[in-house]
Design a protein around this ligand. Structure first.
Ligand code: AMP
Ligand code: GLY
Length: 420
């Protein structure tokens, strides 16, 4: 039998890690990636198709006789890529548009959690500004306000006082330029956050090792929220008992709930969880691999990742139970100065040849002369393994020192909750 042809959709560090994992599968021949990036181009054939251009991706997959498509970003799922591919009889790893609502609609996710008793912050949702204002002002601060609607980017606001809350509510409920949205108001929780990803095929759930992301831009968890500035695994502050609780009462329960709702999951379920004084609770769900978590989790996968993706895509069992390495691993993101605000692109990057790390590209391109340049907010990630998180951290620090670019910055305290 010939080797498999795979199409990976997306073009960030997450997709680079997916392509890298696929390239280790003995079954996989050609890997295509749409749109990919300069790093991915060293191990896959990059295709100039946008990740949300479902029809173009479908035509490409048919023309190339792709055996399996693996979807990275949620935008592609929200655009209905999995529905269209399945309609046409093509195998794809990724949830239907309906199932992806576990990420794309905060209210849907909260309703599922309430209905099935999945632990999360208590909440109410509002579409009327005055009602929301009255409710929020009558409660203790900080207030957690989550926008639920078509206009992305308004996101989550943690309001410290009445003035901040009013401003955020006005922005979310009175500015109807993008259509009418809703706001979920929930209790403020505290405790360490962590990411628990599972492969899910209907009611079958295969857990991955735990990871922790670092959302703030600067050391000491200061500065604005970003897509994530680094990640590592394992997490010493989450016990086996905590993990088992989260697996049974959060991830598996949610997978069953989605089957019960008639929109079974068929991809990755990502629990953004918090260990609060009153137990583990859900902060958010994502319907896809986390970025940068995937870059430190997939390198630990010891089995055949193609078999895993295919089992999920065909709602069957993989031939062998997936196995994971128990090594420690840590990755540091190098981001463009100014990120997550505005930043310039096109700065040359030099990587010393004897660098001892896996480098995943997040936002890079090749310029006209073939030179590697920055082309995104998060640019690349240096990932190292070690016997301990501290050892992996020290190796990653040494690796970052071998990456030279005048317009990049990084955090130097990734993994502090595991190493202090
Ligand atoms: P989200 O987009 O839902 O992940 O929220 C972004 C960040 O806001 C999370 O990573 C948390 O740090 C914070 N956050 C969200 N919900 C809560 C909550 N209920 N209590 C405290 N912090 C929260
Ligand atoms: N690392 C957070 C996310 O992927 O949404």
């Amino acid at each position: 039998m010939g080797k498999k042809k795979v199409l990976v959709v997306g073009g960030g560090g997450r997709e680079h890690a997916i392509v890298d994992a696929l390239s280790r599968s003995p079954q996989v021949g050609t890997i295509y990636c749409a749109p990919g990036n300069a790093g991915i181009a060293t191990m896959a054939e990059c295709v100039r198709i946008k990740d949300t251009d479902v029809e173009a991706l479908l035509n490409f997959a048919k023309e190339k006789r792709i055996d399996l498509t693996v979807v990275g970003p949620e935008a592609a799922l929200a655009a209905g890529i999995a529905d269209r591919f399945r309609e046409e009889g093509l195998r794809i790893f990724g949830h239907s548009r309906e199932a992806a609502r576990i990420e794309t609609s905060k209210e849907f996710a909260k309703e599922i959690m309430r209905k099935y008793g999945v632990p999360t912050a208590a909440y109410r949702s509002f579409s009327d500004y005055e009602e929301a204002r009255e409710y929020v002002l009558g409660r203790p601060f900080p207030a957690v306000l989550k926008y639920d609607g078509l206009a992305a980017g308004k996101g989550v606001v943690i309001a410290e006082n009445a003035a901040e809350a009013e401003e955020a509510l006005k922005d979310m409920l009175l500015d109807t330029r993008f259509g009418k949205g809703k706001v979920v108001v929930e209790d403020f929780l505290s405790g360490p956050e962590f990411s628990f990803m599972c492969f899910v095929a209907g009611d079958r759930v295969w857990p991955m090792p735990l990871a922790q992301d670092h959302k703030r831009a600067f050391d000491g968890d200061k500065g604005p929220n970003t897509g994530g500035m680094g990640a590592y695994s394992p997490l010493p502050f989450i016990s086996d008992e905590d993990r088992q609780f989260a697996l049974n009462h959060i991830l598996m329960k949610t997978a069953y709930a989605m089957v019960g709702e008639g929109c079974p999951l068929q991809g990755v379920l990502y629990g953004g969880l918090m260990k609060t004084p009153s137990g583990i609770k859900v902060i958010e769900f994502n319907a896809r691999f986390g970025d940068p978590e995937t870059e430190v989790i997939l390198p630990l996968f010891k089995s055949d990742i193609y078999a895993m993706f295919e089992a999920v895509a065909s709602l069957s069992e993989p031939r062998d139970e997936p196995e994971w390495s128990d090594e420690a691993i840590l990755g540091v993101v190098l981001a463009s100065k100014g990120y997550p605000g505005s930043y310039d692109k096109g700065y040359g990057i030099d990587i010393e040849e004897d660098i001892d790390a896996t480098i995943y590209h997040m936002g890079t391109a090749s310029d006209a002369d073939g030179k590697l340049v920055t082309s995104g907010g998060r640019v690349m990630m240096a990932v190292c393994k070690g016997e301990t998180v501290a050892e992996a951290r020290d190796k990653a620090a040494a690796a970052v020192a071998k990456i030279h670019c005048s317009n990049l910055f990084h955090r130097s305290d990734i993994g502090w909750q595991a190493t202090e």
